[in-house]
Design a protein around this ligand. Structure first.
Ligand code: SAM
Length: 303
């Protein structure tokens, strides 16, 4: 009588097909964060394509898995390796694609191989599992209902600040991957562009021994990271919460908003102009509508 776990493992293996590319997520730190199906696929693979064969070798050894062929598929050789992978798949082999950690093709190589398989009509089977993206979101307690995954920010300040400007008024959260040596600069830019109060979540060394997870306003998080050099090491995910609701000027529109409405009323009917301006700015439609009527009255008086 086999244990239920063993039965699940053998059932998972029995369902595997040849001529299939299995895209398998692997742990982002804690080696035990891997599913039964992912292990079953790795144990049955004819070929495992890894980013760094030493990193994947460690994972395979930890589970006592020996694979017949372990090759490296990295950003710089992904195009050439595609040919070999296609060949193996056409010969009926089970090919597994992994990255060093987490889910392949999420800020990692893999998409090109997957694309080639689709183009060649070969079966692609993704096996879900860890990703720093989903792990950080799960631990963040976000207010935002929607999440944008951006990945790595540009390393240069000007480009980074320009990009951040686009997130000044968003009603979704933005997930970033950041290198530890840039985390302070990145937080500084967030404080400058998005303000001291914008809520952030920092997930560092997730699933590892020195995991930290902090949800703080930007200026406080910056001060906390600056005060502790340990927080400037290891792997980081940074989440920018949605923008706080904008203070509604009940008593009127800003000069910029008035200018916007004046431009719109020249192009479209009053009601539509008010609606568009409200959608563009997040300010109440009625304020724009009343202002449009005011403009109209002024025009009528002038005639
Ligand atoms: N494909 C991976 C995934 O699904 O998460 C991401 C690969 S990307 C090259 C590596 C980046 O992911 C790191 O620089 C860091 O931003 C983030 N990351 C990976 N592991 C992490 C961890 N344990 N804790 C926090 N961030 C992590």
């Amino acid at each position: 009588m086999h244990s239920p776990l063993f039965q699940l493992f053998t059932d998972a293996q029995a369902s595997l097909q040849g001529s299939t590319l299995y895209v398998v997520a692997t742990p982002i730190g804690n080696l035990t964060d891997i599913g039964v199906r992912a292990l079953a696929v790795l144990a049955a693979a004819d070929v495992v394509c890894a980013e760094d064969t030493r990193v994947t070798g460690q994972l395979l050894r930890a589970y006592g898995i020996h694979v017949p062929t372990l090759v490296s598929v990295r950003e710089h050789n992904e195009r050439e390796q595609c040919q070999r992978i296609m060949q193996w798949l056409q010969e009926g082999k089970k090919v597994v694609l992994v990255s060093d950690a987490g889910t392949p093709a999420i800020s990692d190589p893999g998409a090109r191989v997957v694309q080639s398989c689709h183009e060649a009509g070969l079966t692609v089977c993704p096996i879900p599992g860890p990703s720093a993206l989903t792990t950080a979101v799960a631990g963040a307690g976000l207010q935002a209902a929607q999440v944008l995954f951006y990945g790595f920010l540009p390393p240069k300040m000007v480009a980074r600040q320009k990009l951040l400007q686009g997130w000044q008024q968003v009603d979704y959260a933005v997930v970033l991957y950041e290198a530890p040596h840039r985390i302070v600069d990145c937080l500084q830019d967030i404080v400058t562009v998005l303000g001291e109060q914008r809520l952030l979540v920092l997930g560092r060394e997730l699933t590892k021994t020195f995991e930290t997870l902090r949800r703080l306003p930007a200026a406080e998080l910056l001060a906390w990271v600056q005060a502790d050099s340990n927080q400037q090491r290891g792997e980081c995910v940074l989440i920018i919460e949605q923008a706080p609701p904008r203070a509604q000027a009940d008593d009127g529109l800003t000069a910029e908003q008035q200018q916007l409405l004046q431009t719109l009323v020249r192009a479209v009917p009053t009601k539509q102009a008010a609606q568009l301006a409200a959608e563009l700015t997040g300010v109440k439609r009625k304020l724009f509508y009343d202002y449009a009527l005011q403009l109209k009255a002024q025009d009528d008086d002038a005639e």
